[in-house]
Design a protein around this ligand. Structure first.
Ligand SMILES: Cc1cc2nc3c(=O)[nH]c(=O)nc-3n(C[C@H](O)[C@H](O)[C@H](O)COP(=O)(O)OP(=O)(O)OC[C@H]3O[C@@H](n4cnc5c(N)ncnc54)[C@H](O)[C@@H]3O)c2cc1C
Length: 402
């Protein structure tokens, strides 16, 4: 027999955002009953368990953005959290390198943004860059970010999950939001009614929001992030090495990450995906999504919005291992031919697009009222920002329900 459940707060999605919101809600409303439903059999199956694990420092974002306001605090919060809870963290920093005169300009733009956001950051010479990482190649100057670090995202989300369980928050796995009913929501285990609903459903946040009358002008477009891992005996780097990104889109360009386990990986790409959970082959294939996404992508391609044609061509070419290795190699003095690379677990970015202006939303985005709240664009660096972002969301929710 199907169950009938009541809860004060119902959260859809046990990614880092849903879990962190539950954590902050419990602090704000300690006596409330909080339930998280997650459609997968495990937590961290999607973006939160498939990302680069980088705690960004906060210098990419213009100071008027929510990302800029939260990133430094988020970086500090996870660094402290990892230390207190004895979780793995690699305080390896990050070099942003320039490949030419134009990118050198970009270094200065990023430095200005970082200074405006109160981030510890230095413009250093090419010699100083090679003192930090002898293999890093830059054109005259580089940007050094000592506070960038890497964590194991799975370890972090499992730790938050354990904290929630000990606080009495309930997490139901394998339970999927199907649709909204008059006074409740329908799931595969029956109806759940809630005093307040929070939608943190990642790749499906827009769809769910639409059922509640939100996300009117938005749609999620999935972009696939592939990773190549250097073999254990291959390339080893002391720090993360990133290029100067194209600041007109939200992606950071192909880079080298030094993981929390001291492994070197290349990626992630930002390849337009054809359905929302298009991780590998035809797994999780969804025809309606394919039709929908192809129609949006062909519109972007024809109108060449935000230089989509070039993005699509350049990104598709990254399906080829050698191409990806060579691209990343342009950040180093020499491409190490003896290193073997193998593909790792890909991630998919739930990138929000404004369907009216056909532009990518660069900042975090949320909407809500006194009944429900919808996190629509929790793109990178949302993992880094998850704790202060959830403070902000809980503050917004408290205003709406009081
Ligand atoms: C390749 C890649 C690299 C990245 N690198 C970084 C990085 O280095 N640093 C950083 O700060 N950020 C990074 N990010 C961004 C970061 O991973 C995301 O911003 C963050 O994980 C978003 O968390 P989330 O909880 O919103 O989404 P998710 O982790 O996707 O969680 C949403 C959950 O909702 C569930 N769900 C969906 N629909 C339903 C339904 N109908 N019913 C029940 N449950 C449902 C899903 O199963 C999922 O578990 C990266 C992202 C990607 C893809």
């Amino acid at each position: 027999m199907k169950k009938q459940i009541y809860t004060d707060f119902l959260i859809i999605g046990a990614g880092i955002i849903g879990l962190s919101i539950a954590y902050k809600l419990k602090q704000q409303f300690p006596d409330s009953k909080i339930l998280i439903i997650e459609k997968e059999k495990e937590i961290g199956f999607h973006a939160s368990g498939r990302n680069s694990g980088v705690l960004h420092a906060g210098f990419y974002y213009t100071s008027d953005s929510i990302k800029a306001k939260l990133c430094k605090a988020g970086n500090e919060a996870w660094r402290n959290y990892c230390e207190e809870n004895k979780l793995r963290i690699n305080r390896c920093g990050k070099l942003v390198v320039a490949r030419n005169e134009v990118e050198l300009e970009g270094i200065h733009v990023l430095h200005k943004r970082g200074v405006a956001n109160n981030v510890i950051l230095d413009v250093i010479s090419d010699e100083e860059a090679t003192e930090i990482e002898p293999k890093a190649k830059t054109y005259e100057k580089a940007l050094w970010s000592p506070t960038t670090a890497t964590v194991d995202p799975i370890e972090v989300i499992l730790s938050i999950k354990d904290k929630l369980l000990s606080l009495g928050v309930e997490i139901l796995l394998d339970v999927k939001f199907i649709h909204k009913t008059d006074k409740a929501i329908q799931t595969n285990i029956g109806e759940i009614s809630a005093g307040y609903l929070v939608n943190a459903a990642g790749l499906y946040a827009d769809k769910i929001a639409k059922e509640f009358g939100f996300s009117e002008n938005y749609q999620i477009l999935p972009f696939k992030g592939l990773y190549l891992y250097a073999s254990d005996k291959g390339l080893k780097l002391k720090t993360n090495i990133y290029p100067v990104p194209n600041l007109n889109n939200p992606f950071l360009g192909v880079h080298f990450t030094v993981t929390a386990f001291n492994k070197t990986k290349i990626g992630p790409t930002a390849i337009p995906a054809f359905w929302r959970e298009n991780y590998k082959g035809f797994d999780r294939f969804n025809l309606n999504e394919l039709i929908d996404i192809l129609s949006v992508e062909s519109g972007l391609f024809l109108a060449n919005k935000f230089n989509f044609r070039r993005l699509a061509y350049e990104e598709m070419a990254k399906f080829y291992k050698n191409n990806l290795v060579n691209l990343a190699g342009s950040l180093l003095y020499e491409v190490d031919d003896s290193t073997n690379y193998s593909w790792g677990k890909p991630g998919i970015r739930a990138q929000l697009i404004n369907s009216k202006t056909r532009t990518l939303e660069m900042d975090f985005k949320f909407e809500g009222d006194d009944k429900s709240f919808h996190v629509l664009n929790a793109v990178s660096p949302a993992f880094t920002c998850a704790l202060p972002f959830s403070d902000l969301i809980v503050e917004e929710i408290a205003k709406k329900i009081n």
